[in-house]
Design a protein around this ligand. Structure first.
Ligand code: MF3
Ligand code: CO
Ligand code: CO
Length: 251
């Protein structure tokens, strides 16, 4: 077992935590509007997490992130702390949240356009990145390898001619936010670590309209695209089962 043996109660806590996450995201999607300040979104999410009986994992001492949620705009890829910025119509914004419920973690991310329906290249980016997440999830079952998942994600991103970010990846999850094994967004079928029923993993494709090169900005956290291109990130926490999978972070 790559991600640690869990009691039925611990697995149930991840299912419940995943539902809380999905409910918060459903409400967040409706709440996001042009003019909304990132710090206000952070406070809103913090309140929601506690209202639903969970706690923000990023505030735990071993993470100690300056926010309860990552908010990345346009060429920001991942790990951006909420700042004093008002979202604008047409911004591409991604949210990445980890919560702790009854001691167990769930982690999920999505990307959307602010204030209007995406079109053209931005729509392509959002659609293909999300499609690659579900392609990765679709191959999950007892005995799948991390290479099988990576290959399935990579195939979709490649077909969409997107930049595939290779220096960040998904991971195991459970009692801790980040556990072995790494779940890369590329791979060779049959290679890598073997996953078993009961394992819980995060699959999280990250892609860009330009090149894959990225850097950490002056704030020491934010990962942004070197060429300034638009990028997207989506993530689910997934349970491996005998015959397939359960997406824990969905309603
Ligand atoms: N939720 C992120 C992940 O998908 C981790 C956040 S790292 C932090 O792995 F620095 F933002 F806390
Ligand atoms: Co995440
Ligand atoms: Co993750």
């Amino acid at each position: 077992m790559q991600t640690g043996v869990k009691t039925p109660e611990q697995l149930q806590a991840m299912r419940q935590g995943g539902k809380i996450m999905a409910q918060i995201y459903k409400e967040l999607r409706a709440y996001v509007k042009p003019g909304l300040n990132e710090l206000d979104i952070n406070a809103w999410v913090d309140r929601k997490i506690r209202e639903y009986g969970a706690t923000p994992t990023y505030k735990e001492p071993d993470v100690d992130f300056p926010g309860v949620i990552c908010i990345c705009v346009n060429d920001e890829l991942v790990h951006s702390p909420p700042t004093d910025y008002d979202l604008e119509t047409g911004d591409i914004v991604s949210f990445d949240l980890t919560i702790t419920y009854k001691g167990m973690k769930t982690d999920s991310a999505f990307t959307m356009m602010v204030g209007e329906k995406p079109k053209g290249a931005a729509k392509h980016l959002l659609d293909v990145t999300e499609k690659s997440l579900y392609a990765g999830i679709s191959v999950v079952k007892d005995g799948v390898t991390t290479g099988d998942i990576g290959a399935a994600v990579e195939k979709v991103l490649k077909a969409g001619k997107l930049g595939i970010i290779r220096n960040y990846c998904g991971h195991g999850i459970g009692k801790k936010m980040h556990m072995p094994p790494n779940i890369t967004n590329y791979g060779t079928p049959g290679r890598g670590e073997i996953l078993k029923s009961g394992d819980t993993i995060c699959i999280e494709p990250m892609a860009s309209l330009g090149k894959e090169a990225n850097y950490i900005t002056d704030d020491g956290w934010t990962v942004a695209m070197k060429d300034g291109s638009l990028c997207a990130h989506c993530e689910h926490t997934v349970l491996v089962t005998n015959n397939g999978y359960e997406i824990l972070t969905q309603l």
